[in-house]
Design a protein around this ligand. Structure first.
Ligand code: TEU
Ligand code: CA
Length: 544
């Protein structure tokens, strides 16, 4: 496959509002990112992904945009953003922004106009429908609300929203709207950014006629509808192909076959994607299923399209809590998961704080939480008569706030994140888990990440290597090879609280240890069965 800079890159996701606060208002800000750039750079990453900082009423933490050309006051201002871009580039890194164009805020002037009357010239920029039999036009559920439809009393029509009521969906069928979006994309690209992470980009096209769903809870009807590829090819023609940038689409509800339609190199749509067969569909760790997903995606995209690797982000509970063991094996487990993400085929993503093994959180009361998805769900279920304590308990592990607590910089008040009151409480474990401590400990999760990331720079096998799973039916061990230009790496991961033995296949003789999260000999003799300790990860270069 053709080599490109982005295929070789490691991305670090900065959820700026929880990263570093420089003015004491309790929100991280763009200036905070500037001040911590040397820290990010020291990890060795290539690209920074910034979550949305556009002007926004902030009902959904910036994913409800009211002005695509403005910077949210909490984040800073345009000159600070421009300084940030420059500072990132000066350090040899790149920056991608979130592009949120499936919906806007209901406070966006376009929507205010659109809702003002049926014959307003922006009426058609959003999706409006008459009631059906006196009620919602269809039985569809939205991500964050019981219905995708909201009645607007003024005109008696319903508008469509895939997410919260305050996030009306744009009507991509309207060519004027589309060209307005392309103009906005060029505005940011012309400021020198290096690409976009595209929010729920496969939701842009809607099903013709909005037919009732047999099972409204399976909301996959929101995604991959006819017309989507025309929009993305047009976006590519009009905007993307004129810049040397990378794009990663947030693409829920896809199989590898459908995924390829978005990222196939001959398709001229997107470069890479996030599929959610793990994050959305694998609630807790399931080794056999995970391997199956990896193999299927590898086979599906092989030689034709590029994948991403991630286990958490600002929407999904921290990986060491959700998929590892954040108690007695927190450090080992954080390193094992990192080894896996960075040695599987696809671009690895590091979500801020992951590199010091930050964990999920458990606050005492629903009032300590902020996540609109969690809060709306809580309200819906409690109003239906379910027991509030039970509802609360069931929402704790998936709550998006697990990943949104402030970055833990040191053991001072508020984890060194802010001198004020943070917008969301810090995780009480910050005295034990923080950056300052990690930087003083040569065995920390941080330095392990640093080493993993630097290996990618010297070993193309990590990027371009063929992948082969040697452990398909093993529920604890994950053993695979990557092979490129005559070089083979063997990865052995024991995803378990117990030791497990591994018997190497006979073709292998010896191997040189590349990295491990436990003390190990530099050279391994593969003629004997090996004892792999709890959450142990080893990577070898093989002599075959
Ligand atoms: O996420 C889409 C979304 O709903 C995710 O929570 C979902 O779990 C999955 O990742 C896709 O199926 C994006 C943003 O990341 C999220 O923060 C926003 O709230 C949402 O879109 C609406 O813009
Ligand atoms: Ca601030």
């Amino acid at each position: 496959m053709k080599k490109t800079w982005w295929k070789e890159a490691v991305v670090y996701q900065v959820y700026w509002r929880s990263f570093y606060d420089t003015n004491g208002d309790g929100y991280g800000d763009l200036q905070g990112v500037i001040e911590k750039l040397d820290y990010i750079k020291s990890l060795g990453v290539d690209v920074i992904w910034l979550n949305p900082f556009y002007e926004s009423p902030d009902r959904d933490n910036g994913y409800d945009i009211s002005d695509y050309y403005g910077v949210m006051g909490k984040a800073g201002d345009m000159p600070t953003f421009e300084t940030l871009v420059k500072a990132i580039h000066e350090r040899g890194m790149k920056v991608i922004m979130d592009l949120v164009v499936n919906h806007t805020s209901d406070k966006h002037p376009w929507f205010i106009e659109s809702r003002s009357s049926i014959d307003n010239q922006k009426r058609d920029w959003y999706i409006w429908k008459d009631p059906k039999d006196g009620r919602e036009p269809s039985n569809w559920r939205s991500y964050f609300a019981p219905s995708t439809w909201e009645l607007d009393e003024a005109t008696g029509q319903y508008y469509f929203h895939s997410f919260a009521v305050e996030q009306p969906d744009l009507n991509w069928q309207n060519p004027e709207l589309r060209s307005e979006i392309y103009k906005m994309m060029r505005f940011w690209l012309d400021k020198g950014i290096d690409g976009f992470r595209m929010d729920v980009i496969n939701l842009l096209a809607k099903q013709e006629g909005f037919p009732d769903a047999e099972n409204p809870f399976d909301i996959s009807y929101l995604a991959n509808n006819p017309g989507i590829h025309d929009y993305l090819q047009e976006m590519n023609r009009e905007v993307l192909q004129h810049y040397d940038v990378m794009t990663v689409g947030e693409i829920p509800f896809v199989t590898p076959e459908e995924g390829l339609l978005y990222v196939g190199e001959d398709r001229n749509e997107l470069n890479t994607l996030f599929h959610f067969q793990v994050a959305d569909e694998m609630a807790t760790w399931d080794m056999l299923r995970y391997k199956e997903i990896q193999t299927r995606w590898y086979e599906g995209l092989k030689g034709k399209g590029w994948n991403s690797q991630f286990l958490n982000n600002h929407d999904h509970t921290r990986q060491v809590t959700r998929y590892g063991n954040d108690r007695e094996y927190r450090v080992e487990s954080a390193k094992l998961l990192a080894t896996m993400v960075h040695t599987l085929p696809g671009m690895p993503y590091v979500y801020q704080g992951e590199e010091i093994g930050m964990t999920g959180v458990r606050f005492d009361s629903i009032d300590d939480y902020d996540d609109v998805a969690m809060k709306n769900k809580y309200k819906e279920l409690v109003e239906k008569g379910q027991d509030p304590d039970e509802v609360f308990e069931s929402l704790l592990l998936p709550s998006r706030d697990n990943s949104r607590t402030p970055m833990q910089w040191d053991d001072s008040d508020q984890a060194g994140f802010t001198s004020g009151r943070p917008w969301i409480k810090v995780n009480p474990n910050y005295r034990g888990i923080n950056v300052e401590k990690a930087l003083k400990d040569p065995d920390s999760v941080f330095y392990y990440y640093q080493k993993l990331i630097s290996l990618r720079k010297d070993h193309e096998v990590m990027v371009y290597g063929d992948y082969k799973d040697l452990s398909k039916d093993d529920p604890n061990l994950y053993v695979y090879t990557r092979t490129y230009n005559g070089k083979t790496w063997l990865v052995i991961l024991n995803h378990s609280d117990k030791a497990n033995s591994y018997t190497p296949v006979s073709e292998i003789s010896t191997g040189k240890l590349i990295i491990s999260n436990y003390p190990n000999e530099d050279c391994a003799d593969f003629s004997e069965t090996m004892n792999i300790r709890p959450h142990e990860a080893r990577v070898y270069e093989l002599n075959i």
